[in-house]
Design a protein around this ligand. Sequence first.
Ligand SMILES: C[S@@+](CC[C@H](N)C(=O)[O-])C[C@H]1O[C@@H](n2cnc3c(N)ncnc32)[C@H](O)[C@@H]1O
Length: 203
Amino acid sequence: MTEIVREGYDAIADTFEAWRDLISEDPRDEWRDELVARLPDGARILELGCGAGHEAGELAKRFEVTGVDISAEQLRRAGEAVPEATFLQADFTELELPAGSFDAVASFYAFNHVPRERLEPLYRRIHEWLVPGGLLLTALGISDTAAWTGEWLGTTMFFSSFPPETNSLQLRRAGFRLLREAVVAIREPEGPAQFQWVLAAST
Ligand SMILES: C[S@@+](CC[C@H](N)C(=O)[O-])C[C@H]1O[C@@H](n2cnc3c(N)ncnc32)[C@H](O)[C@@H]1O
């Protein structure tokens, strides 16, 4: 599955960028503001599935940012756009990082590409990478989709997700306290799409 995602995002870099620009009613700024308001200048933020670095660019204005993505082309773009951040090409479900090495982890619209049986283990890894009380901000898929592979934006892509109540339960089981969560619809070029936004603290 990871291969499909990597090859897909390498292949559609320009198409994805143009499609992304057409999305409206995206609440990401509001949720990012809520995260950053809780962090001191210079905090260490890990961004998973950073794509071409749009969020990393915002976050790097005040924080020390490490971005991770599986797609070499997305990372090439991120590195060019945000030279002050550190970028790693890796599958974040297999990434090894020192325990307690980040104050916050953020991931925007990336975990819905992860086979869903790997989500809870991923939350546990994130919990390990965070300092106690560290923050997690993410936008999760909400459909009950075990695994979907098909045509998306002119490439083959993989999607997988749990309903919101399962997402919340798994996050709690992984050691997070949910500070705020909401299902929010964005307007993609094809129509509305809902995601569960979560801001959580590690306990
Ligand atoms: C929908 S894009 C979102 C990009 C960016 N976060 C944004 O909001 O514009 C999903 C990104 O997650 C990356 N991704 C998906 N699964 C991944 C994995 N297992 N490891 C690393 N990156 C992954 C993809 O390569 C892609 O760049």
